[in-house]
Ligand binder design. Structure first.
Ligand code: AMP
Ligand code: ZN
Ligand code: FE
Ligand code: FE
Length: 282
C-alpha cells in the first residue's frame, strides 16, 4: 500500500469548538495531503451536512462522526462514533438536550469566573461559539483575549478544570446509551484518547476496558496526543488481544498546535494499520 497516504479520524469544526468550518477543514486536510478525514464534533452532528456535501466535490473520503462526553464511574471520558449516518434521527434528537445543557453551562462558567474576580463578557463567549455547540475552549479563547492566560495550556492549568475557577460539569450520556445510538446509526464506538481515563496501570485499564466492551465499545484511539509511547504500545496490545479497532486522530481544534494527519506533531498516524482496522469495520 502507498505509505504516503494520510488519514485523521478525530477532528473538530465550528459546529462545536474547532476554529475551522467544515468546508475550511476539508480544504486544509486536502492541502495537507490527507486521503481520509473524520469530523467528530462534541455532542453534535451539526457540521456534517455541510461536510458530507462538500467532500463529494473534493478528492477526499469524509467519515461522519461524533464525540460524546460519557458519564462514567466517578468521572467521564470521550467516546467517538465513526462512520455514522449523519442524519440519524435518534442521535439528532438525543443531542438536542445535551446541547441545551452545554448552552446554559456557559452562563454558570462565566458566573463562577466572575465570583473569582475574573470578568469576561458572556456575549463574547457566545460570539466565539458562532452558533456552534458550546464548550470550554470558547470560554478559554475569551480568557486568553482578555489577558488571563497566554495560551490554551495555561487556561486549562488554571481555570475551567475541576477545583479551579470556572469549572462546571456538564450533562453526559451513559456509555450504554451512546454505544447503542452509534450502533443503530451504523457506526462504531471507539474510546477517544484512552489515556484520559483514570487508571493506575494497564492491568487496571484492562479491567475497565472489559466492562466497556460489555457495554458496546469496539475500539481504542491508540494513536492520540494524550497517549504516551508506553500507553500506545499498551493500548495496541490490548486492542489486538480483544480484537478491537485501532484508531488514530489529531483531535484537531486549530489552536493547540495540532497537525492534521499526525496524532502528535511529527508523529503521523500509521495509515495502513488504522485504515485496515477501521475500514474493515465500518
Ligand atoms: P467540554 O466538552 O466543553 O468540556 O470541553 C472539552 C474540550 O476542552 C476538549 O475537547 C479540549 O478541546 C478542551 N480541553 C479540555 N481539557 C484540556 C486541557 N487540559 N488542555 C487543552 N484543552 C483541553
Ligand atoms: Zn473539543
Ligand atoms: Fe476529546
Ligand atoms: Fe475531540
Amino acid at each position: 500500500m502507498d505509505s504516503t497516504k494520510k488519514l485523521d479520524l478525530h477532528c473538530h469544526t465550528t459546529a462545536s469548538d474547532g476554529i475551522k468550518t467544515p468546508t475550511e477543514l476539508i480544504d486544509l486536510a486536502i492541502e495537507n495531503g490527507l486521503n481520509i478525514l473524520a469530523i467528530s464534533d462534541h455532542d453534535t452532528l451539526g457540521g456534517l451536512d455541510e461536510a458530507v456535501e462538500y467532500a463529494k466535490s473534493r478528492d477526499i473520503r469524509l467519515v461522519p462522526g461524533i464525540e460524546f462526553s460519557i458519564d462514567y464511574d466517578d468521572g467521564s471520558f470521550h467516546l467517538l462514533g465513526l462512520g455514522i449516518d449523519h442524519r440519524n434521527e435518534a442521535i439528532l434528537k438525543r443531542t438536542e438536550s445535551l446541547q441545551n445543557a452545554r448552552d446554559s453551562r456557559i452562563y454558570h462558567m462565566v458566573g463562577d469566573l466572575k465570583r473569582h474576580g475574573i470578568d469576561i463578557p458572556v456575549e463574547e463567549v457566545l460570539e466565539e461559539s458562532g452558533g456552534g455547540v458550546m464548550g470550554r475552549p470558547h470560554v478559554a479563547r475569551v480568557l486568553i483575549r482578555h489577558g488571563y492566560a497566554a495560551d490554551m495550556t495555561e487556561v486549562f492549568a488554571n481555570y475551567l478544570v475541576k477545583g479551579k475557577p470556572g469549572y462546571v460539569s456538564k450533562e453526559r450520556i451513559s456509555l450504554e446509551e451512546a454505544t447503542s445510538l452509534i450502533k443503530d446509526a451504523g457506526g462504531v464506538s471507539i474510546v477517544a484518547h484512552p489515556a484520559s481515563i483514570r487508571y493506575a496501570d494497564m492491568e487496571e485499564f484492562e479491567k475497565k476496558l472489559n466492562v466497556m466492551i460489555e457495554k458496546g465499545v469496539q475500539g481504542l484511539e491508540v494513536f492520540a496526543a494524550m497517549n504516551t509511547p508506553e500507553d500506545i504500545s499498551g493500548f495496541q496490545s490490548l486492542a489486538e488481544k480483544y480484537s478491537l479497532i485501532i484508531s488514530g486522530g489529531s483531535d484537531y481544534h486549530g489552536d493547540k498546535g495540532e497537525v492534521l494527519g499526525s496524532y502528535r506533531p511529527g508523529h503521523p498516524i500509521p495509515y495502513e494499520m488504522v485504515y485496515e482496522s477501521v475500514f474493515s469495520a465500518i
